[in-house]
Design a protein around this ligand. Structure first.
Ligand SMILES: C[S@@+](CC[C@H](N)C(=O)[O-])C[C@H]1O[C@@H](n2cnc3c(N)ncnc32)[C@H](O)[C@@H]1O
Length: 280
């Protein structure tokens, strides 16, 4: 048998071949819809190196064999390859638009909002803060469902503990109603107040799964800065599934670089990076 020597991409701590990269790229695309181009080889190497180290493996090819037979590793593989960068009140123009939208709806019925790529929780908690301010109450008629594919970020979102520099945009009087400041060993940390946590339900959800464990209708869906990792076909499928989950006046908030009217005619522009259902 002729053995073909595969080019080794990195000869640092672990051997990583072109073939390993191609297989990883296929696995994460098939499972999470995340589309990695050739420029992401470095990122894959550095993100997965810690999984090799944790499992005492010597190269990527052994890791891939291990992954094929180890069910529990799958989630950790996905967690390692997601990008979770987020911030409180990221894309701040969305929050007054949300407040005005909910104000117009009034309080006749319970309002349900969905943050579908919630990461470490800054987005759903920013939504919760906006609702508390709007209704002047810690128990507004609003439920927030916050989901993500990544179980690690969901755990940290549930804990609601952040380094103080993540909240440096808040003045002390803005901070006080929503966060507790850590003292002693917790100096330098802030914790989301329980009143706010009670408004948010965290749950794992893969946007690619057949079953979504959420029930609409939603007055708003936040799907921000996740579609950038997905290809056109996957985005379109997800947008098609959002449409029947929104109330007729419901709003879809997307990230700053995501223009969905180029993809589908089911939505029309409401305001910058905010969409609503097209009426036919
Ligand atoms: C960059 S963060 C965006 C966080 C927040 N929405 C924001 O805009 O600040 C992207 C999040 O999408 C999640 N994600 C990636 N693929 C996903 C999928 N197939 N289903 C659900 N969440 C996914 C990642 O785990 C990550 O937490």
């Amino acid at each position: 048998m002729i053995s073909v020597e595969l080019p080794i991409l990195y000869k640092h701590e672990f051997d990583f071949t072109e073939n390993d990269f191609r297989l990883i790229r296929k696995l994460i695309y098939d499972h999470a819809g995340i589309s990695l181009n050739d420029a992401k080889q470095n990122l894959v190497y550095s993100r997965l190196s810690r999984r090799l180290r944790a499992n005492n493996l010597k190269n990527f090819s052994d890791y891939l064999k291990f992954l094929a037979t180890n069910h529990a590793e799958w989630q950790l593989f996905i967690n390692a390859l997601t990008t979770n960068r987020t911030a409180f009140f990221r894309e701040p123009h969305h929050f007054p638009i949300l407040a005005e939208h909910i104000r117009k709806l009034g309080t006749k019925e319970m309002i349900t909002l969905w943050s579908c790529a919630a990461s470490t929780g800054e987005e759903p908690y920013s939504i919760a803060m906006t609702m508390v301010k709007l209704f002047g109450s810690y128990t507004p008629p609003v439920r927030i469902i916050a989901t993500d594919i990544d179980t690690e970020v969901l755990e940290s979102a549930k804990a609601g503990i952040y380094s103080i520099d993540k909240v440096d945009m808040f003045t002390p009087s803005q901070l006080k109603p929503f966060f507790l400041k850590g003292k002693g060993n917790n100096e330098g940390l802030v914790k989301i107040r329980n009143e706010l946590k009670n408004m948010v339900t965290f749950r794992q959800l893969n946007l690619l799964s057949e079953e979504w464990p959420v029930r609409g209708p939603f007055s708003a869906i936040f799907c921000r800065n996740v579609m950038i990792y997905l290809d056109q076909q996957t985005k379109l499928k997800i947008l098609d599934r959002f449409a029947p989950l929104l109330t007729p006046q419901g709003l879809l908030f997307v990230g700053h670089s995501e223009n969905i009217v180029l993809l589908t005619n089911r939505f029309k522009m409401h305001s910058r990076t905010v969409y609503q259902l097209q009426r036919f």
